[in-house]
Design a protein around this ligand. Sequence first.
Ligand code: GLU
Length: 533
Amino acid sequence: MLENLLFPEIKETPDNIIAKYPKRNSDLVVTRMAPSPTWFLHIWAVYSTILDTIVAKKNNWVVFLRIEDTDQKREIEWAAEKFVDIFKIFGLNFDEGPVWENYADIGNYWPYTQSKREYIYKVFIKDLVEKGLAYPCFLTEEEISETRAIQEASKVPTGIYNEYSPWRFASIDDVKQALIEKKEFVIRLRSTWEITKKIDVKDIIKWTVSTQENFLDIVICKKSWIPTYHFAHLIDDYLMWTTHVIRWDEWFASLPLHLELFKTMWWNSPKYAHYWPLVKIDWDAKRKLSKRKDKEADVEFYFSEWYLFESIIDFLSNIINAWFEDWRKQNLTASFLDFDFKLERVNTSGALVDIDKLNWVNSNIIKNIDTNLLYDKLISYFEKYDTDFLNIISKFTLDYNLKVLNELKTKIRKFNEFKDNSIFFYNDSKIPSKDLLINTKMKIDSIDTVKKWIEISIKLLESTKNDFSSIEEVKEAFVAKIIEAEMKNWQVLWPVRCALSWEEFSPGALEMVYILWLEKSIFRLKNVLSSLV
Ligand code: GLU
């Protein structure tokens, strides 16, 4: 028969394959992330995985990773491995998938990479051919183009279906002859749905949408014997017991086809949730984030800008449900998974990727993390991106570095701003220009005034026995002197601050003294004083 002619090597039946996979509990919610390694990691993949994870977690916690590499022409080397690494970096852990050491599979439903499942797909395709639900089609590219031209001229929908598909009606002898002639062929679904009919498609995010039924005899197996994504993902979702398919809106148009395929197989379809694409504002209008045009589409951008992984997660969680932000304020250290996400209320007005907002989220997280913990994170970033600066700060004591970070954590938005904002804590030898020290607006109009206050400050610090244990203590000491001299705080503190930091912008004089401590402060002030002679 036809199926044996096409698939002589396949001896197993779908039942044999299904029996190999263990049943899952019926109350389990199973979601999956199914990226194709045809692109580098787009930020939506992280967004999508968060959605998968939160839905699974709310229920019974199975989320797996499947690599969908059926489009081998467009495949990028190492992209699949990179996905796995990056998801791990974000702490998005899959229960199953190629996520073990050396990208080995874990889980009972392996292999989790489609190119390793070719045999399985063939068993199901053979079965469909045997049942007359799929057929080989030997149309050439030219013949398909001719068909399209005819359809366009007669204003009917284009594609291969019904009377426009000659091989739908071919006899077994026609097929035999074509095989003898070594003609190339694909396998098409024999669609039974109708061109004129509409179906109601249910979607958790979009609710119910009335749409055109599939009527096309779509290709389920390509000339290369590789199944198409439409077919392969469906078999996998069935065998792996996926209960919720959460994916971006682009796939919504294919849903009638997927539903027909499920019906053809006599299988129940999973629940679907198609979320809106991530967008950005471009010239006052919202548009889809583009892999080609927008740097913020690429996950690497977020790494190169030194954003904290937890900030990126929070930022995306906020896009999912806008009230996440309020919850976070009350739950500063909780895992994002503790938030009660509502999939049915996922942002539908275009999920806006706004980098200013991300900066805000990142700065809040930096501000709120315990300084010791933050320091470890900071060091790990410098280890990765700037070992020269790491070598510099490593020469200072941990206490000192922690004080610097503690001061700066409320001022920087991202770790890559730490270096510029802290450099003056790590270099003792610079001298500020006279122009900086004199500030007529602050009524410091002569070098003599500058010198006077630097001298007084040196004396004050030299008479202090122990290092200050808080900024308040420094303040008390200085303010007492300033009151005594009947001066204004800023008149005194400006030259002292500039002498200590030698920059126009830096933490205040009192903060500088507290962080630098007595010895360093005195050393710097004396240095500046001697330069003013
Ligand atoms: N492999 C598809 C993609 O990368 C995923 C589609 C799905 O989740 O069903 O877009």
